[in-house]
Design a protein around this ligand. Structure first.
Ligand code: FAD
Length: 426
């Protein structure tokens, strides 16, 4: 077992809060969290969490509180560009039988609230308004300095500060820079009560194919009184440049004309379904536009007594719905390695890397390939895709392919069952 007694955690997102909880509960490590924002983040729409992540949230002791706030449904209905149903699929039927958990869609703020409540109960301190400016390793451990001049020292530093991680750029790996994926999204949350009565029948995930991208609508509360929608589509790098200012200028344009654009995108969707989607767009008052960035694979995840977890290490596109679950798997593996017979951080981090990298690379590539299907296509190509999808969905259902877990194997992966001892392959 390692002799680590104190950990500094930079970032109070899902990775940071889960790390603080697990390491204090399981490894009896004293954790202190530092967050750059002045208060818990209010950003974001609704997050999908699959069985592999929900099982870990259950082990953290927060599943019940999450289930009281999120919508659990793994059924997906696919609609064609003219509004007809192409078929249904249960995305987690087999994995739910294996794990006991389905697929949850929950507001990001609710996920964070629940994790914050648990950290508070566990007596973990979170300092807000803390901008990291320096990291230094010494014989005493690892020291951090913040822009207000305050400092702290611990045996372990965890960089859980997201895709633009300061821990990564200041200390672990300056060469890895976020890159634009080519796909962007626009989303909103709205109460069902503001929509036509047919909105109350939306009880599962609904994906509508269009030549311009994918429009998804789903409930995100247990009673279905809150709906979340997003449109995922190809957006080239703005003429104003792939810079913060360039994207900000583009964001304003996308937000200003979202209704006009989406009415155009959805104009071919006929019938009640088309009517409902246009109603959803028309009743939406506020949208968020986000260009999707990711970290290139292959960067370093650790240095000295410092380890990057979650998006700080391996931000991927959200199109596999696995970002939070990957962060949770990171945390649980670290916790297991800390209580194993490995004693030095270098051995722990080497084993961590060996186990984690193949899994991350696989999910990262799945997310990228899912995103490619949201790119612009011609109407005739879309018709062919719709025919193939219709046959595929029918075939999956009638041949009961879910019996063999086809398409669901990644959802039953249990990081707590992975062999962690044995010789290093590095
Ligand atoms: C639009 C969108 C949709 C998504 N949908 C899904 C989904 O359906 N399912 C899913 O699992 N994942 C989804 N993801 C991905 C998911 O949000 C991330 O993978 C997840 O939030 C990663 O958690 P994290 O804690 O590593 O990073 P973050 O959530 O980015 O949290 C990092 C925290 O660190 C703080 N921070 C940043 N810099 C510093 C600093 N220098 N000092 C101190 N604190 C700092 C930030 O304020 C933040 O609180 C989506 C992402 C996006 C953008």
């Amino acid at each position: 077992m390692s002799a680590i007694q104190k950990a500094i955690i930079i970032g109070a997102g899902p990775a940071g809060l889960a790390a603080a909880l697990r390491l204090s509960q399981r490894n009896h490590i004293s954790c202190v969290v530092y967050e750059i924002r002045s208060e818990p983040t209010t950003l974001g729409g609704a997050i999908g969490i699959p069985p592999n992540g929900l099982r870990l949230l259950h082990r953290l002791g927060v599943y019940e509180s999450l289930a009281a706030r999120g919508a659990v449904s793994s059924k997906l209905t696919v609609h064609s560009s003219n509004g007809t149903d192409l078929g249904e699929i249960d995305l987690a039927s087999w994995s739910e039988r294996k794990t006991g958990f389905g697929l949850m869609r929950i507001k990001r703020t609710d996920l964070l609230d629940v994790l914050l409540e648990a950290t508070e109960k566990a007596g973990i301190t979170i300092h807000y308004d803390k901008r990291l400016v320096a990291v230094e390793e010494s014989a005493q451990g690892v020291s951090v300095t913040f822009s207000d001049g305050s400092t702290d020292t611990a045996d372990l530093l965890l960089g859980c500060d997201g895709i633009h991680s300061s821990v990564r750029t200041l200390h672990v790996d300056q060469n890895i820079v976020p890159e634009y994926s080519g796909v962007s999204g626009i989303f909103s949350l709205l109460p069902t009560s503001e929509l036509s009565p047919s909105a109350s029948s939306v009880s599962c995930l609904n994906a509508t194919l269009t030549p311009d991208g994918l429009f998804v609508l789903m409930p995100c509360t247990p009673s279905g009184d809150g709906l979340f929608w997003f449109f995922s589509y190809e957006v080239p790098i703005p003429a104003s440049g792939d810079t913060r200012d360039g994207w900000e200028e583009h964001r304003k344009k996308e937000v200003e004309r979202f209704k006009y654009n989406l009415f155009d995108v959805l104009h071919g969707v006929q019938g009640l379904w088309g009517h409902l989607l246009r109603d959803v767009v028309s009743q939406t008052k506020v949208v968020k536009f986000y260009p999707v960035f990711r970290l290139p694979l292959g960067g370093s995840w650790s240095k000295g007594n410092c380890l990057l977890l979650g998006d700080a290490a391996h931000a991927m596109q959200p199109h596999a719905g696995q970002g939070v679950s990957m962060a949770l798997e990171d945390v649980f593996l670290l916790s297991r390695l800390l209580e194993s017979s490995y004693t030095s951080t270098s051995d722990i981090f080497a084993k961590y890397d060996e186990i984690r990298r193949p899994r991350i690379e696989k999910i990262y590539k799945t997310a990228a390939s899912n995103a490619d299907r949201r790119k612009k296509t011609s109407p005739w190509r879309l018709r062919i895709m719709e025919c193939i999808l219709w046959i595929g969905l029918k075939g999956y259902k009638y041949c009961r392919l879910d019996r063999w877990g086809i398409g669901q194997k990644d959802l039953v992966y249990d990081i707590d069952q992975v062999e962690i001892l044995g010789a290093f392959r590095l």
